[in-house]
Design a protein around this ligand. Sequence first.
Ligand SMILES: *Cc1c(COP(=O)(O)O)cnc(C)c1O
Length: 346
Amino acid sequence: MFELNKLLRPHIADLKPYSSAKDEYTGGYGIFLDANENALGSASSTTHNRYPDPYQKEVKTKIAALKGVDVSNIFLGNGSDDIIDLLFRVLCRPEKDNIIIMPPTFGMYQVAADVNTIEYRVAPLTDKFELQADKVLEQVDENTKMIFVCTPNNPTGNDLSTQEINKIIENFEGIVVVDEAYADFTTQESYINHLEQYPNVVVLQTFSKAWGMAELRLGMAFASSDIIHVLNKVKMPYNINGITQKIALDALENANKKEDMVAALIEERKRLEAILPTLDVVQHVYPSDANFLLVKVEDANDIYQKLMDKKVIVRNISKAPGCEGCLRISVGTAEENAVLLDVLRD
Ligand SMILES: *Cc1c(COP(=O)(O)O)cnc(C)c1O
């Protein structure tokens, strides 16, 4: 049985959060003399003298409509990275608890574990980068708080099997973090649609990839309102700045532009998937459900450096387990991809 209160670090379960007057007043216009802001205005040419909405209600209302969830199921952070760290801080007792990751996968899970002095256990994907639920569940003990499932997976690009993910969720009493940073590029159904069925799931999505807003640093978590409530208690009071909130609102009103860009990027990816295998230096292009490709080449270190010399920067991930000789290449514009292909041809 999943019981959130038993999973939380005891002092977090008991935490009384910081409260601002802006939490208590919801009457719209007012004379705000509560927060020691500068009532005269800002030194900058645009106005920023008031603290922003601590719970980002307008932004969340738009996200809720788009995703078909309730506002109470949404948490926003300073990028998904920030939310990952926050999950560690509310759930994991330093030097006592552990989490499980399935390499090769996103590096931040391990870094966040290290920062918080939490043991990470590994249950590697197969050589075809497939998830084996049984191998993951074997690693679980009474101090396992989280399992991180990244789908489509970074750096491999493939969707992980829904069946295997469900098996993990259904047989683990801790939190399963399903990182869907690349959800917009895949046809796999989002776990956002299964939050009621799975109270132990936290879905991560981000404005950094498909939305094209990496500079903003805005990440989303979707989960039960109980989990969201705990994250709200622990977050910094004004964790999402006002400019970010305004720009996010603007983007959410133009979701069709995001859809168009996603379609164009997938087209370009398919073009690269067709051309790359015909090049002499390329040994294998792994199937991708994301906006990047994992490409096995003759000599990854050498090709990485030669691309860099021509000002084409890719990610050398040949040291990641199971990724020997591999580069991870983001899909660029048609022009950028043409330069990439030219350099690889040489
Ligand atoms: C890019 C990426 C993120 C996004 O992180 P942000 O902090 O929101 O920019 C999260 N997870 C994975 C797997 C990623 O590749």
